[in-house]
Design a protein around this ligand. Structure first.
Ligand SMILES: [Zn+2]
Length: 162
């Protein structure tokens, strides 16, 4: 198959109504980050169907994906945790256009079933700082945490300051 057609198929490959495999595998670190693993694609589809689509349907605004699946090389390059759910396609980092990260995290907390929900890279009391990290798996723990910018520590719950 010619490369152009392969690329076209990859770019338009839909994981759900509003999200493509291309959006959930993009990376700015310059390393290859494609996947053809049916397990990873299926996990990404579950994140889209159970987290990203309901968020989009509620806010009716674009959901901007920062990071979805991460290949082992990409995860190592960015210093990600070795057990990161991003490596299994079970997690996405994102924000919603026109809504604060804090607001979106709280809406997910009250309305969706998830594995881990993290208010990540949050600057104390700055509602629109950081991003949403949310994972979905077959054994959802509904665990909520806050990680402040510049700190490696995860605090239990969704909190505004330490
Ligand atoms: Zn993440």
């Amino acid at each position: 198959m010619p490369h152009q057609i392969k690329d076209l198929i990859r770019n338009v490959h839909r994981l759900s109504t509003h999200f493509t495999l291309d959006e959930l595998t993009k990376t700015s670190c310059g390393l290859p980050n494609n996947t053809t693993s049916p397990v990873i694609v299926s996990n990404l589809q579950a994140v889209c169907a159970n987290i990203l689509e309901p968020v989009r349907a509620h806010y009716k605004k674009p959901v901007i994906i920062h990071s979805g699946y991460r290949s082992p090389a990409v995860n190592t390059a960015i210093g990600g945790s070795k057990t990161s759910q991003h490596c299994r396609g079970e997690a996405a980092d994102f924000h919603v256009t026109g809504h604060s990260v804090y607001e979106v995290v709280n809406w997910i907390s009250e309305n969706l079933d998830f594995d881990q929900l993290i208010l990540e890279n949050f600057v104390p009391n700055i509602m629109n700082s950081g991003w949403v990290h949310c994972s979905y798996s077959k054994r959802n723990r509904n665990q909520e945490m806050t990680k402040f910018k510049g700190s490696g520590k995860y605090y239990p719950g969704i909190i505004l300051h330490k």
